[in-house]
Write a protein that binds this ligand. Structure first.
Ligand SMILES: *[C@@H]1O[C@H](CO)[C@@H](O)[C@H](O)[C@H]1NC(C)=O
Length: 480
């Protein structure tokens, strides 16, 4: 938190910008307060499903003096799981407006109100004997997470030194997968996933919120937001704090070149109607679809039952699922170092291609009943997801647009992403019931389409300034 900290140089190559203690601290505030929130709440309802269903059943019995029907219980549970994504749609759509209106820092701060309300509703639901409170709480924490998926990558990208922008974008995904694994471990019956302690499982996110609320007191807002709003002195102060030096000319030049093209910010309608921004917008939307419609959440939510369907014993299936969570974290860590070396487009292509072959392999192995191949295919599916599709769509969206259009673009991308999340979450169980392992043929076809699109339409953004990227889509904008 102290700007006199010695800058840390991670690479032996000469770099013009350095990673300082301050920028690491600011990143940790965004990652723990936002990325953790999203990952944890995505995974938390997975392990204790049966325990909490029992609570629904008991509550229903006390109220209506009869047991709930199996169908109604499933409907209530599906609602509990998927209403999170409905909240996410609202939140992600609001993210751009909030980021523009209040600034990034204050938006992150305000967002914790949703976290507190959601946590209180879910944690006290057992005490109050009301499952409606869990459902409502999931909706409210969904809003929080939707806002987080927009705000965290935005803030991380904007505070990062240019050479490390990709790495900072990946930090968001690192936080998400770490917290997802944490929720899987805490959700084990031996830890908090039992009939006595499960309300505490829902209280854990309060810790992430407290860290962020107190941490933000010491953090600066995003320099490009401050410059964009004409608060030049605050912008310079913020840059000095983040870079630990008064030598911030390069940053200022970059922010200026982003802003020289557009003096006004773009609203939703303006962005869609703008001819120059139409192509990047389509790229951003398809990238988001490629993440969600790849079928990754079918694996994250239902991997255990996929293994069980393949004939793997239940206990073994649980271990494979946790192993999958570990592979998830490890691969994300590796992709942090790959991202600046190999480039976003290449990694996204490798990821989609690999997932395609895993999906095909999964269909064959499930049909032929070769269990170990199914297990390997699912784990590789997750590894390939984290190679590219897991993190790249989020920050490539941030990189495709300049400061004027970025918040709105991120809102639209977020809405698309959460809608995809909701569709897969709702549609997978009936599909799996009807056509079993063949469901992954649908994902294989989609993955193939996304691969072809990325190959022909997505530019490499590695090491380029936002201005250079916008020239790719609109060469006529070159100024003499
Ligand atoms: C509700 O609980 C009772 C008693 O434990 C159980 O017999 C019944 O199967 C449960 N209902 C559902 C739908 O799980």
């Amino acid at each position: 938190m102290n700007s006199e900290l010695e800058p840390i140089i991670l690479d032996s190559k000469p770099r013009s910008q350095k990673i300082t203690g301050n920028v690491i601290f600011a990143a940790s505030v965004a990652v723990i307060g936002s990325s953790f929130q999203f990952g944890y709440n995505t995974g938390v309802i997975n392990a204790p499903e049966l325990i909490i269903e029992q609570f629904y059943n008991q509550t229903y019995l006390i109220r209506y003096h009869k047991y709930i029907s199996a169908t109604n219980l499933k409907v209530l549970w599906a609602l509990t799981v998927s209403i999170f994504a409905v909240g996410g749609m609202f939140g992600s759509f609001l993210a751009g407006y909030m980021a523009n209106y209040f600034g990034r820092r204050k938006s992150l701060l305000i967002n914790n109100l949703f976290a507190i309300v959601g946590v209180l509703l879910m944690t006290t639901s057992k005490l109050a004997g009301s499952y409606e409170m869990i459902i409502l709480g999931r909706f409210v924490i969904g809003i929080n997470c939707g806002l987080n998926t927009g705000l965290a990558p935005l803030y991380l990208t904007e505070i990062a030194p240019i050479e490390y922008r990709g790495m900072f974008g990946t930090l968001n995904q690192m936080g998400v997968v770490t917290a997802l694994l944490l929720s899987q471990i805490l959700g084990l019956p031996q830890v908090l996933g039992n009939s006595v302690l499960w309300p505490i499982l829902f209280a854990v996110p309060a810790l992430f919120g407290f860290y962020q609320v107190f941490g933000l007191k010491f953090c600066v807002d995003s320099p490009s937001y401050l410059f964009g709003k004409g608060m030049h002195e605050n912008g310079i102060e913020a840059l000095v704090w983040l870079r630990g030096t008064g030598d911030i000319e390069e940053d200022i030049q970059n922010i200026r070149s982003e802003q020289s093209n557009n003096s006004e910010t773009f609203g939703f309608v303006q962005l869609i109607k703008n001819r120059c921004l139409f192509q990047p917008l389509i790229v951003a939307i398809v990238m988001q679809c490629s993440q969600q419609l790849s079928g990754i959440n079918a694996v994250f939510y239902y991997s255990t039952s996929i293994f069980v369907a393949a004939g793997v014993p239940v206990v073994m299936s649980t271990y494979i699922t946790v192993g999958m969570g570990v592979a998830n974290v490890v691969m994300t860590t590796i992709s942090v170092s790959l991202i600046e070396k190999v480039g976003r487009r290449t990694l996204h292509l490798i990821g989609l291609g690999g997932m395609f072959f895993c999906a095909v392999g999964l269909v064959f192995s499930l049909t032929l009943g070769i269990q170990w191949v199914s297990a390997v295919a699912v784990i590789l599916f997750v590894i390939f997801f984290q190679t590219g599709p897991g993190s790249i769509p989020w920050f490539i969206t941030a990189e495709l647009f300049d400061e004027a259009a970025r918040p709105t673009a991120i809102s639209i991308a977020g809405l698309v992403n959460w809608t995809g999340n909701f569709i897969v979450g709702i549609a997978y169980p009936p599909l799996a019931l009807a056509i079993h392992g063949y469901t992954f043929i649908i994902f294989a076809i989609l993955l193939f389409i996304f691969f072809v699109f990325t190959y022909f339409k997505v530019p490499e953004t590695k090491g380029k300034t936002i201005h250079e990227i916008s020239l790719y889509f609109d060469p006529s904008a070159v100024k003499s």
